[in-house]
Design a binder for this molecule. Structure first.
Ligand SMILES: Cc1cc2nc3c(=O)[nH]c(=O)nc-3n(C[C@H](O)[C@H](O)[C@H](O)COP(=O)(O)OP(=O)(O)OC[C@H]3O[C@@H](n4cnc5c(N)ncnc54)[C@H](O)[C@@H]3O)c2cc1C
Length: 406
């Protein structure tokens, strides 16, 4: 039935970034409603954003005390990383355990569990949820924002956070364009449930040119309850064939111990995306884009959720400042500052992902450097470390993420 609802702030999308934005608004004392297209009991597939950095845990704990610690307690942590080239180990390092009472450098648990914890904390913080509310139109002007939903409801608020993911309707309706590229190469990603026997080591393994799968690259990453295995396809591979039940079974059985190829719980394919919205807010500076509504990066390097969380915190801060601003110019300036800072962080991440891609899909010169480094490693520590780190791109946090505060 058609109705007209007015709220103080609205977040579109109950994914991890929208939930974080809602939590942040509540932490700053702003009443907020989340409009989610899916039903209340929806099931979200796959491990997806498993790798949550300690800096993300710290932000979440700041917004909802205990949340970061909850995620760390439910996830797994590994401190051994190994790299192989054509089946030969070229790098291995075991880091000391984190000191008692501190966060590990990261925690690894499926996104669906991260979302469940966020949802629980958001409900406890008083966030209002409206499920089955697919936003179909967005109109923003100096007076505020009007959202239309497929069910015929009109929602109004002075400020809206667009957290509706990669196919964002909000982004489309405010006229923000995605800029960047999509690489031609394909990856197949598979979750396998863990087995007590034979147990896989709780270690991250990256294989260059794995001999059991005709020299394709393979990444194995543990998470709470299982392992994620990424297979990098080569030219001429058919993604549909290698992601089919028979295709997955064949290559998985070649790279994991017996029993695991029958334990597949999720299969997907992806390409390297490096897309950033040309603007993170609408022209009236009333709608703020965050997470995958604003940028799309490849999973290697774990930049999706880990940059979406600071987007969400910054968007909430900007809304608080805009609400308290002495006049419209100052209110616009607060949203403007958010849009500039988070876009610059996204461009940093896009470039970092681009460097990872240049390593994973090397030109002939880089391929020769990789081969030469593999010959010298592990005797040459610098070569070994380069082989280990380069697939994920340069480390470091965008400047805006550490110094940007209103
Ligand atoms: C294979 C894979 C592996 C990944 N690994 C990692 C990783 O290790 N680390 C990491 O940080 N990131 C990773 N990512 C990225 C991560 O999954 C995303 O960054 C994250 O899901 C983005 O969250 P979001 O809240 O922005 O969007 P989403 O999770 O897509 O949530 C959007 C929400 O909006 C809702 N919605 C959509 N349209 C509408 C509408 N019109 N109206 C109302 N609601 C709407 C959707 O139903 C959904 O609930 C991975 C992604 C993939 C695919």
């Amino acid at each position: 039935m058609a109705s007209d609802e007015t709220r103080e702030a609205i977040v579109v999308g109950a994914g991890p970034v929208g939930l974080t934005a809602a939590l942040a608004l509540r932490a700053y004392g702003v009443p907020v409603t989340v409009l989610e297209a899916g039903p209340v009991d929806r099931q979200r597939p796959g491990s997806r954003a498993i790798f949550t950095h300690s800096s993300t845990l710290a932000v979440l704990d700041r917004l909802s005390p205990g949340l970061g610690a909850d995620l760390a307690a439910h996830g797994v942590y590994w401190n051994t990383q190994r790299t192989f080239y054509a089946g030969r180990e070229v790098y291995a390092k075991t880091y000391p355990d984190p000191p008692a009472g501190t966060y590990p450098h990261f925690t690894s648990l499926p996104q669906v569990h991260i979302e469940a914890h966020l949802l629980e904390h958001a409900k406890a913080a008083g966030v209002e949820f409206a499920w089955d509310q697919e936003v179909t139109d967005v109109v923003a002007d100096d007076a505020g924002v009007r959202l239309a939903t497929a069910g015929g409801t009109t929602w109004r608020a002075p400020y809206v956070v667009g957290a509706d993911g990669s196919r964002s309707v909000v982004r489309h309706r405010i006229g923000a364009r995605m800029e960047g590229s999509r690489d031609e190469g394909w990856y197949v990603v598979v979750d396998v449930a863990e087995l007590p026997e034979p147990a896989l080591p709780r270690e991250r393994h990256f294989h260059y040119a794995h001999p059991a799968v005709d020299g394709r690259n393979v990444l194995v990453v543990p998470f709470a309850g299982g392992y994620r295995v990424d297979l990098q396809l080569v030219e001429g591979d058919d993604p549909a064939e290698l992601a089919s039940p028979e295709g997955v079974h064949a290559w998985l059985a070649a790279v994991l111990p017996p029993g695991y190829a029958e334990r597949t719980t999720w299969v997907s394919t992806y390409q390297f995306l490096q897309l950033v919205a040309h603007d993170f807010a609408d022209p009236a500076r009333r709608v703020l884009l965050v997470g995958e509504a604003a940028h799309l990066f490849a999973p290697f390097g774990a930049r999706g959720l880990n940059s979406g969380v600071p987007d969400a915190e910054s968007a909430a801060t900007a809304i608080v400042l805009a609400r308290q601003a002495p006049g419209p110019a100052a209110a616009r300036a607060a949203v403007e500052a958010f849009a500039l800072a988070r876009r610059s962080a996204a461009l940093f991440n896009r470039d970092a992902a681009g460097e990872a891609l240049a390593h994973l899909r090397p030109d002939p010169e880089t391929a020769a450097r990789i081969r030469a480094a593999a010959e010298r490693a592990p005797a040459d520590e610098a070569a070994a470390t380069w082989l280990e780190k380069a697939p994920y791109g340069p480390r470091g946090v965008p400047r805006a993420e550490t110094v940007y505060r209103y």
